[in-house]
Ligand binder design. Structure first.
Ligand SMILES: Cc1cc2nc3c(=O)[nH]c(=O)nc-3n(C[C@H](O)[C@H](O)[C@H](O)COP(=O)(O)O)c2cc1C
Length: 196
């Protein structure tokens, strides 16, 4: 699988980090294109204490990436900006209300918004892991617009029924749900078994 992972300026840097770790560890994934918005960097600094764009993937993984390539969000001419570039889908985690609005209205004014636009026009899976609370009517309308265009709205809502003991476990379980949705069920994911 070739996947695109984008992170934007919503809360949830830990989720993005866990997603990157899971994609790097998954042998079914051969290439990950990664882009972070300018505002994502601000949140990464606030929430994970990571600063700067240089070697961002390495900082998030704690090791050199084997398959993840970082692209600039300003580079609207990067590979993933074209539908001719092979891709099996795109995940935006976390997805801010600003990026949701840009996608819902087809602005394509950054690499992330353009790649999402391309993903929709090529009818490939686009998962928008939106995060805001509460939602205003604009957010709700934009989610409907994006869903009508083919995106999956996959809000950052953690599960509690697996009794997570810490935030990393909670984040990891959320990431497992997202990856299962794109056909990549993860080892160690909690699966609900009502009979037990
Ligand atoms: C620490 C921090 C947390 C934020 N959390 C959210 C959030 O959860 N959801 C959201 O929509 N915006 C959030 N924002 C605001 C966005 O970063 C802001 O709207 C930005 O313009 C989004 O730009 P982007 O979509 O290009 O990343 C947050 C900003 C900061 C600094």
């Amino acid at each position: 699988m070739h996947l695109t992972l984008a992170i934007t300026g919503a809360s949830g840097a830990l989720l993005a980090q866990q997603m990157l770790l899971a994609l790097e560890a998954d042998d079914r994934v051969t290439r990950v294109h990664f882009a972070a918005s300018e505002n994502a960097l601000r949140v990464l600094a606030e929430e994970l204490g990571l600063s700067g764009r240089n070697d961002l993937i390495e900082k998030l993984l704690g090791a050199k990436p084997a398959k993840t390539i970082q692209l600039s969000d300003a580079d609207v001419g990067a590979s993933i900006a074209s539908g001719s570039h092979p891709s099996d889908g795109m995940i935006i985690l976390p997805c801010s209300m600003g990026t949701l609005a840009a996608i819902a209205h087809g602005l394509a004014n950054s690499l992330i918004a353009r790649a999402a636009d391309v993903t929709l026009k090529e009818r490939r899976p686009l998962l928008l892991c939106v995060r805001e609370t509460p939602f205003n009517r604009i957010h709700l309308r934009n989610m409907t617009l994006a869903a009508e265009a083919g995106a999956t709205i996959f809000p950052v809502i953690p599960a509690f029924y697996n009794h997570p003991l810490h935030t990393t476990e909670m984040a990891r379980q959320f990431v497992c749900r997202v990856l299962a949705h794109v056909g990549l069920p993860q080892p160690g994911a909690y699966l609900w078994k009502a009979e037990e």
